[in-house]
Design a protein around this ligand. Structure first.
Ligand SMILES: Nc1ncnc2c1ncn2[C@@H]1O[C@H](COP(=O)(O)OP(=O)(O)OP(=O)(O)O)[C@@H](O)[C@H]1O
Length: 353
């Protein structure tokens, strides 16, 4: 019998992800005082998917968000690739970049009161990017602003209001309406619910989730609050000192972090509906490092409760941590279960007091 060689059918080429960030680096300034705020970040977001980016203040979250649309100050130097629908934002000509802002991707900033212009009616402010990006007539842009307000749960008539006439939650809805004005494919929400009370925060998060699902958008949500992100997002990336140190399915990262920093960050927030002492929030001692003077080896080692001696000298890359997860920790082995955190694997030799 002759063996028949089976020709494998060519696999259909998968479309590129909506956003594919490769080895992104951002440095403010130059010379000895240079601040490496983002140090080699890789991220992917597909249409209809939600990626949460978490980390303490100063870890580079906002720099990352602003870099995605090249909104950083001139002192910032960027390298790597930011592929939005396959097109590199970092090498785009100025005219193309202007078209991509708002229409390709748009940002919802924290603190709506500071982002809205106090002396213009909100309908005019929502209509402005529409007028800038299309040949829409002013009256039609105003009508569209009313529709967008209704989409985010406000009456169209609120278009005539000034920002100070709205509550904090309503203003944040206006910011979301504005972000949607030019039908972007990707929304970047930087601390969209900070400064809102818990009930309003929950409403805004549900609104964002609904819009992402209805319009098949990609979402990057940035927050220091891992609990909020795990509740809203599909995947989570945890940043420390300008790098992603842990990445994976949101609930897994929140509940069973593989990196000691992810573990410490998730322990710092109470579990919703679980007030037992086992899950009482615990703080993380010490401060994040100064990006201009990073510790040697793993940048987390001076604060790490399970650091090995080698962590003081050996840097750690993100590696496979099993179950669709990656972590940058010497204690993580591919496919291993459990966490290298204080409750998990391996003998630890603390290298610092
Ligand atoms: N324009 C700038 N010039 C110089 N350094 C900057 C500038 N903007 C931010 N940095 C520094 O870059 C680092 C990252 O800051 P970034 O604001 O991105 O962090 P973050 O995680 O968003 O913090 P936060 O949650 O407090 O906003 C910090 O050390 C910050 O001081």
């Amino acid at each position: 019998m002759t063996a028949v060689k089976q020709e494998s059918a060519p696999s259909p080429k998968a479309p590129p992800p909506l956003l594919d960030v490769r080895d992104l680096r951002v440095t403010y300034g130059s010379g000895p005082s240079a601040v490496p705020a983002v140090r080699g970040v890789d991220l992917r977001v597909e249409a209809g998917r939600k990626l949460g980016v978490a980390g303490e203040s100063g870890c580079g979250k906002s720099t990352l968000a602003l870099a995605l649309l090249r909104l950083l100050p001139p002192s910032a130097t960027l390298s790597g690739e930011i592929l939005l629908d396959g097109e590199d934002v970092l090498t785009m000509k100025w005219g193309r970049l202007r078209a991509v802002r708002w229409a390709g991707a748009s940002i919802v900033f924290q603190g709506a009161m500071h982002s809205l212009n106090a002396v213009h009616r909100i309908g005019d402010q929502i209509a402005e990017p529409i007028l800038l990006h299309s040949r829409t007539a002013p009256a039609a842009a105003r009508r569209r602003a009313g529709e967008l307000l209704e989409q985010v749960g406000l009456p169209a008539a609120r278009a005539d209001a000034y920002p100070h006439e709205l509550s904090g939650g309503q203003r944040q809805r206006v910011m979301i309406a504005m972000a949607l004005a030019c039908d972007p494919r990707l929304i970047v929400a930087d601390e969209p619910t900070t400064a809102l009370d818990v009930m309003i925060q929950a409403q805004i998060l549900r609104l964002i989730e609904q819009l992402v699902a209805d319009q098949d958008l990609g979402l990057i949500m940035i927050s220091h609050d891992l609990a909020v992100l795990s509740d809203t997002c599909d995947r989570l990336a945890v940043m420390y000192a300008g790098r992603v140190v842990e990445e994976g399915p949101a609930k897994q990262v929140y509940e069973h972090a593989r990196h000691p920093y992810g573990h410490a960050l998730s322990a710092a927030f109470p579990r919703i509906g679980d007030l037992s002492s086992r899950h009482a929030p615990r703080g993380l001692p010490g401060d994040p490092p100064d990006p201009a003077a990073l510790p040697s080896g793993c940048t987390f080692h001076p604060r790490c409760p399970v650091a090995l001696k080698s962590c003081a000298t050996e840097d750690q890359e993100l590696r496979d941590a099993g179950r669709d997860r990656r972590a940058a920790c010497a204690l993580v082995e591919p496919g291993a279960l459990g966490t290298p955190g204080p409750h998990g694997g391996g003998e630890s030799t603390r290298s610092t007091p």
